[in-house]
Design a protein around this ligand. Structure first.
Ligand code: IMP
Ligand code: MG
Length: 211
């Protein structure tokens, strides 16, 4: 009879779909279906590979002087978590939270410290871990603030640097994950109005700028 055969074919098709769903974790179609998200700028695989490379370099560079990683919240939290596990040294971690006033997708240049460090920086080898440099104003402010606290050394690691950033001595970034075009991006910790931080890759945010 034709009906059971049809059913079997249906089951086979369903099985194939389940097979697709159980493939290694990629990026869920929930994100693909979101009209506010544009093209993937950096894939999960590209990010993982680069973070491992940065971890190797930092491990070599700081072998005789274990670093204090200063994560800049909130954007750097995922990058920091992955990077710290790729550095094979007895490092320490602390966090700062900063915020710039103004519209959500444009930096105003006025930086506020929302949460300060717990650890004293005197004599320490400090590595600031940032999510992204756009105008560079946040980093410029942070460097000045942390340098005044007497660290033995101070360097910066930023996952992303937009090509809009003009090279300046106070914006020297020793470790750069990727240079990207000056577009607004979200994911892997980066947000727009607190959303998309848990997007596993980095994508262009293409909805109009929120007020
Ligand atoms: P800057 O002070 O202009 O360099 O901006 C730095 C901060 O603005 C970053 O640490 C982010 O929190 C935020 N930001 C800048 N560009 C982007 C972006 O494309 N996506 C998400 N956040 C961004
Ligand atoms: Mg930031």
């Amino acid at each position: 009879m034709s009906a059971p055969v049809g059913d079997l074919v249906g089951h086979a098709a369903a099985g194939a779909d389940l097979g697709t769903l159980s493939e290694p974790p990629g990026v869920s179609s929930v994100w693909d279906a979101d009209p506010a998200l544009g093209r993937v700028v950096l894939s999960v695989e590209q990010i993982a590979k680069r973070v491992a490379e940065l971890g190797e370099r930092i491990t070599a560079d700081y072998a005789d002087r274990p670093p204090l990683l200063v994560g800049v919240l909130k954007g750097a939290f995922i990058f920091l978590a992955d990077l710290a596990r790729q550095i094979r040294l007895p490092l320490e971690l602390d966090f700062m939270a900063v915020s710039s006033y103004g519209r959500a997708t444009k930096t105003s240049g006025v930086v506020r410290i929302l949460k300060d460090l717990d650890i004293d920086l005197t004599g320490r080898h400090v590595l600031i871990v940032e999510d992204i440099l756009d105008s560079g104003l946040t980093l410029s402010y942070l460097r000045k603030s942390l340098l005044a606290r007497g660290p033995e050394s101070l360097a910066v690691c930023s996952l992303l640097v937009k090509r809009s950033v003009e090279p300046r001595p106070d914006l020297e970034v020793a470790y750069v994950g990727f240079h990207i075009e000056p577009e607004f991006v979200v994911g892997y910790g980066l947000d727009v109005a607190e959303r998309y931080r848990n997007l596993p890759d980095v994508r262009v945010y293409r909805a109009g700028e929120p007020e």
